[in-house]
Write a protein that binds this ligand. Structure first.
Ligand SMILES: CSCC[C@H](NC=O)C(=O)N[C@@H](CO)C(=O)O
Length: 673
């Protein structure tokens, strides 16, 4: 009998991320994270086969992000390292005594080594010259060529607020940006020659997502009406309708060319794209809108008028990019295949129906056109982890096959199936069921329910496009290969199934209604002949840790053990992490509702053994959430085990952190289930 694949083998394939295309040279770049060692790979007109262009060698937890090509496609800028937490500390999960930094690097595609340029983030190369605008602690800076290979850096302008969304005009003479003022934001335009700054129709609202017209005379941007402080982790089904403004870049005067209608879609829901708005050929603006209850793309004239729906159907549009000539939009969607993602393209004026790219049981995201019109994407399926691919004769062909480890056990993995189930209140939720290979008829299996985080997430019928859930898929596979039935539950408040599912009533801090789906899953599993209902466990991270803890406090009769990774245990603490000035005394009813929807409200019921795992530089769920829970469980003599990662963040940056987590989880379930 073949040796059982280890979690290190199952989760040992490189994870592909951050696919970007250059404006020239047919160049495309992406990041491969190979067991924590992150490097950049490129393909271009000189060498169609992908090649590695950086030489990092350690699982050091220093992410590579914000890849951005120069205008000629011959130089790539990127950020190495992460941003500061509220204490100003950059992520340093190896506890390197030398510390860590967030810095902008440069690599030329001529084979010369990558070099560190300067501290900063958001490198934004000029659309014409060789300068690079970037951010440094919220201020806007510029790097310009100096003697030899060095650059001269200077702060471009001094302004209040925190800068972001840097956008060069087509002629490279102006820089548009967003100035975030906390309760509102403005769109500004800085002219290099005159050193003049002009605000675009400033108002009390939140202006963002600026995009230049193709002739550089105008700017479109989103305007979201001020709606007071948003506490998060609750449903938002409508709002004061958002709109699209078009401004004259020279005068700053602007007018509204589109406004969402009241009700469905009046609250803006973002796509994943370089720009939320795309200024296309024919002076049309493409934008996302949820008017039908699904996130679809629409197109409107920059002069106003009726918006035209480009992507009809029951499903969501998620990742969006555009063709260099501005005539086509490239996007991925689950329309027609709700538990996967497929790449489609559509003409920007809506004069023709969307066109599919490749067919098959795969998951494709981050699609881009190269400057010469080839289509690239990141792709996975039930057995093949995330990889970069090029579309050739309607098939996705891997760009770096040599990066796959020889011991990756693809053939041993199981193929999950889609299931759905109904909660006591009638709400349907969804999931992926992993059955142990060669399951024996009549045998009852131990079972775990995986609960994703977010909660605006969707688990799919294959390796997930998010790094966190790509890892989680590996553990679910490892548990199935070890003889567990695994149900990965897409509970309400997740994405992919429409606005009403995502904006489920009384969710999170307003009642925890999504926990009803967890109970329904346990009962649905318990009714299966192949499930041992006395051996059902829970595992999840963050929001999934919250639901794991909810199960172990609310229904100790249903669940035998749990693994809770950086879970939320008191919503009022969880909210305060994102809203530092959240006042628990401001609305006592809301505060009490939030507490009653938290595991800590019924922690006295907790009996089952639990493994708690947390990094102490967690910026999303404070370490104290686990400290207070352990303190209480110890007082109750509940069997609690722990794994702590000094200086690790929320989404573990080190591969070794994930491996230690998963090996501990497999061992814990083996002993407690
Ligand atoms: C107060 S709940 C925070 C949960 C957290 N959301 C944002 O950070 C979360 O679930 N994060 C990840 C999972 O690690 C996610 O998928 O967003």
């Amino acid at each position: 009998m073949a040796a059982q694949p280890t979690i290190r083998q199952i989760d040992g394939a490189p994870f592909a991320a951050t696919l970007v295309a250059a404006p020239a040279a047919n160049a495309v770049a992406f990041v491969l994270n190979a067991r924590g060692v992150r490097n950049i790979w490129v393909t271009d007109s000189t060498q169609p086969n992908a090649r590695q262009v950086t030489a990092f060698t350690q699982d050091d937890g220093q992410d590579l992000t914000s890849l951005a090509f120069s205008a000629d496609g011959r130089t790539l800028y990127f950020v190495r390292g992460g941003g500061p937490n509220r204490a100003g500390e950059t992520p340093n999960p190896t506890s390197d005594p030398a510390g860590a930094e967030e810095a902008i690097w440069r690599v030329r595609l001529d084979g010369t080594p990558a070099t560190r340029l300067m501290e900063g983030s958001s490198p934004t190369p000029s659309s014409r010259g060789t300068s690079v605008a970037f951010l440094r602690r919220g201020a806007i800076w510029m790097a310009s060529p100096s003697s030899g290979d060095s650059v001269r850096v200077s702060q471009l302008l001094r302004m209040r607020g925190s800068g972001g969304s840097l956008r060069w005009s087509p002629n490279g003479e102006q820089l548009a940006f967003v100035s975030n003022r906390g309760t509102h934001s403005f769109v500004g335009v800085y002219t290099l020659s005159s050193k003049a700054l002009r605000w675009m129709a400033p108002s009390t609202d939140t202006d963002n997502a600026p995009v230049w017209s193709r002739d550089g005379s105008r700017l479109a941007f989103l305007r979201v009406p001020y709606a007071g402080r948003r506490l998060g982790f609750r449903a938002t089904r409508s709002a004061q309708p958002w709109g699209i403004m078009v401004a004259n870049a020279a005068t700053g005067e602007a007018r509204e060319v589109f406004r969402a209608t009241a009700g469905r879609g009046s609250a803006y829901w973002a796509i994943v794209a370089d720009n939320q708005l795309q200024w296309m050929a024919g002076d049309r603006i493409v934008f996302p809108w949820e008017r039908t209850g699904w996130v679809h793309l629409y197109s409107v004239s920059a002069n106003g008028g009726a918006a035209k729906e480009l992507t009809p159907g029951n499903g969501e549009v998620e990742f969006v990019s555009t063709s260099p000539d501005g005539t086509r939009v490239l996007y991925n969607t689950n329309i027609g295949d709700i538990d996967r993602r497929h790449v489609m393209s559509v003409v920007a004026d809506g004069s023709a129906a969307p066109v599919p790219t490749a067919s098959g049981a795969h998951i494709a995201w981050s699609p881009v056109y190269s400057s010469q019109g080839s289509t690239y994407a990141l792709v996975s399926d039930a057995k093949q982890p995330a990889h970069a691919a090029v579309l050739q004769t309607s098939r996705w062909n891997m760009l770096a096959p040599e990066s796959m480890p020889a011991d990756f056990p693809a053939a041993s993995l199981v193929t999950p199936t889609a299931v759905s189930l109904r909660a006591a209140d009638g709400v349907t939720s969804y999931g992926q069921l992993f059955l142990p290979p060669n399951a024996q008829p009549g045998k009852k299996y131990p079972t775990v329910i995986f609960l994703h985080g977010g909660s605006r997430r969707q688990m799919l019928l294959g390796w997930n496009y998010g790094a966190y859930y790509h890892h989680a898929y590996a553990l679910n596979q490892a548990m199935a290969l070890r003889g567990y039935i695994v149900l990965s539950l897409n509970y309400r408040s997740g994405i992919g199934y429409g606005m009403e599912f995502r904006e489920a009533l009384r969710q999170g801090a307003t009642g925890g209604s999504e926990y009803g789906d967890v109970v329904a899953a346990a009962k649905w599993l318990g009714a299966r002949p192949d499930v041992d209902r006395t051996r059902i466990g829970l595992w999840g991270g963050s929001y999934g840790g919250y639901l794991t803890a909810m199960g172990l406090t609310r229904n100790p009769e249903l669940f035998k053990a749990g693994v809770d990774i950086h879970g939320v245990h008191d919503w009022n603490v969880g909210i305060q992490t994102f809203v530092p000035d959240y006042d628990v005394h401001a609305n006592r009813l809301a505060t009490r509702t939030a507490f009653l929807a938290s595991p800590m409200a019924q922690v006295k019921n907790w009996r089952a053994p639990v493994l708690l795992i947390h990094g102490d530089d967690d910026r999303n769920v404070r370490f104290v959430e686990t400290l207070t829970l352990i303190q209480q469980l110890r007082a109750q003599q509940v069997p609690v085990e722990q794994v702590v990662f000094p200086d690790e963040v929320h989404g573990f940056l080190r591969h070794e952190s994930w491996m230690r987590t998963f090996e501990a989880a497999i061992d814990f379930f083996g002993r407690k289930m």
